[in-house]
Design a protein around this ligand. Structure first.
Ligand code: PFF
Length: 462
């Protein structure tokens, strides 16, 4: 997203492929490789996967289309786009949705960079030839519980992100990641095949692919929906902003399908690398590891590499590619924050970057310490990182998405929305869009919101 609004004239992507590649660069990141597998492992494997896929093709599709179209029509970032349609005093509640869309990336940025820091730690571990040590059981635990390591690595990852945004060199990073992305897929495929063919792994493949409805709970839907938002960058203003750079004649429906396919394939591949490996390498501890949460990738993947023989080389290559995927996403998150602050305050770009950097450091450092010295800060069993993740994905994003549904149905109007989409697309899935945006999405989102808040406050047990 190197185009800036500073010049007054809005840049645009060269065409559909340019648009799809840019959105995919932002969408494919830690959400696919780190977050998806640990949620799938924790929330029932095949059951989670099925719920995720159903949500993806129904209201995931509708929300992506809605956000891109709102951006394309208004040529504004989220707050401005909401203001464009809403009347002062009449649609205050919906307008609040524009603000929430803008605030979400500010909450995600710090903890995303904490995980980015974990990736750098492993990258350096492999580079310095510590492959076997990295795969040992206590390695991850002692790293994140140390009082300086996790914050220091967070700062390094964050410094890379803000340097790129400050210097405006994201085009170079995008070029590098365009090379890294196919390599990541290729390496991921090899690792997935290796991991699926280990003794004991078939149980993991079964767990990952075959739904067992005894694992189903409303939490499966809450987690799958949060993941859908996180991974596809829905309900965080990003797609509205990208849509505003899209040319009017680009087929938004086809672009949406392509983005969904790429993003989901990468996430599923990461699941194939990690979940069978949990069963193959953790033996009797498999059940405990399935519940490991955010640490899962960092515990399981090194064990796979260690068993491969030349694990250090592959480990280094893998974490280097994950680093690039994470960096393109973190750059787009910081860009989104900066463009919102710049639009609202008219401060210089440098000042906006400095303000957002200060915010990220103030939140990110405690978050990085939340598994060690600040481990006593817990809410409903959640660490600081889990709390920020929960707040953004399970509370604020559903609210922002409900606001988008209401903006489309009550303010813009379905007819006008359809006409706008049909300017460039045959809009084959119009019926799905209408049904989801009017009924299905708001209904599911309200249920999700009530259940997640209720469970965090201990009011309901799910
Ligand atoms: N979708 C990205 C991922 O899956 O890693 C993360 C992300 C990108 C979150 C952009 C938020 C954002 F604004």
């Amino acid at each position: 997203m190197s185009q800036s609004t500073d010049s007054g004239s809005r840049g645009s992507f060269s065409g559909r492929i340019g648009f799809v590649l840019a959105v995919a660069g932002s969408a494919v990141g830690l959400g696919n490789i780190w977050r998806f597998p640990y949620l799938a492992a924790k929330y029932g494997g095949g059951t989670f996967l099925l719920v995720y896929l159903i949500l993806l093709v129904t209201f995931g599709f509708a929300l992506i289309m809605a956000e891109i179209t709102i951006g394309r029509k208004t040529r504004l970032s989220p707050i401005g786009a909401y203001k464009y349609f809403c009347q002062e005093g009449k649609h205050t509640g919906i307008m609040l949705g524009g603000w929430i869309n803008a605030i979400v990336p500010m909450i995600i940025l710090p903890y995303y960079c904490v995980i980015g820091g974990w990736v750098i730690k492993y990258l350096i571990g492999y580079l310095s030839g510590q492959g076997p040590a990295v795969a040992e059981d206590g390695y991850f635990g002692s790293f994140i519980s140390s009082s300086w390591e996790a914050p220091a690595y967070f700062m390094v990852f964050f410094a890379c992100t803000s340097f790129i945004v400050l210097k405006g060199v994201d085009a170079g990073v995008e070029r590098a990641s365009r090379l890294m992305m196919p390599l990541l897929l290729l390496l991921g495929l090899c690792v997935a095949i290796y991991s699926m063919t280990r003794p004991g792994a078939s149980e993991g493949i079964y767990y990952y692919l075959v739904p067992d409805f005894s694992h189903f709970s409303i939490m499966t839907v809450v987690a799958a929906c949060g993941q859908l938002f996180f991974s596809l960058s829905i309900a965080m203003g990003i797609l509205i902003t990208y849509g505003s750079y899209m040319k009017k004649d680009v087929d938004a429906e086809q672009a949406t399908s392509q983005i969904e396919i790429v993003d989901t394939l990468v996430a599923m591949l990461a699941g194939f690398m990690i979940i069978p490996a949990v069963f193959a390498f953790s033996g009797a501890d498999a059940a405990e590891h399935l519940n490991a949460g955010p640490s899962l990738m960092f515990i399981t993947i090194p064990k796979v590499f260690a068993s491969m023989g030349m694990g250090s080389v592959i480990g280094f290559a893998f974490f280097l590619m994950v680093f690039f995927a994470a960096l393109t996403s973190s750059v787009s998150i910081l860009e989104a924050c900066v463009s919102t602050v710049a639009d609202e305050t008219h401060w210089s770009r440098t000042k906006c970057i400095l303000v957002m950097s200060a915010e990220a450091v103030v939140i990110g450092v405690p978050c990085a310490l939340g598994f060690g010295p600040l481990g006593f800060i817990q809410l409903a069993g959640m660490s600081i990182l889990d709390m920020l993740d929960f707040l953004s994905c399970s509370v604020l994003m559903p609210i922002a998405a409900i606001a988008t549904c209401f903006l489309v149905t009550r303010v813009i109007g379905l007819k006008e929305m359809s006409e706008e989409i049909k300017r460039s697309s045959a809009f084959k899935r119009e019926a799905v869009f209408r049904l989801c945006i009017t009924w299905l999405a708001p209904a599911i989102l309200i249920i999700i919101l009530v259940s997640s808040i209720g469970s965090a406050l201990g009011l309901i047990k799910i």
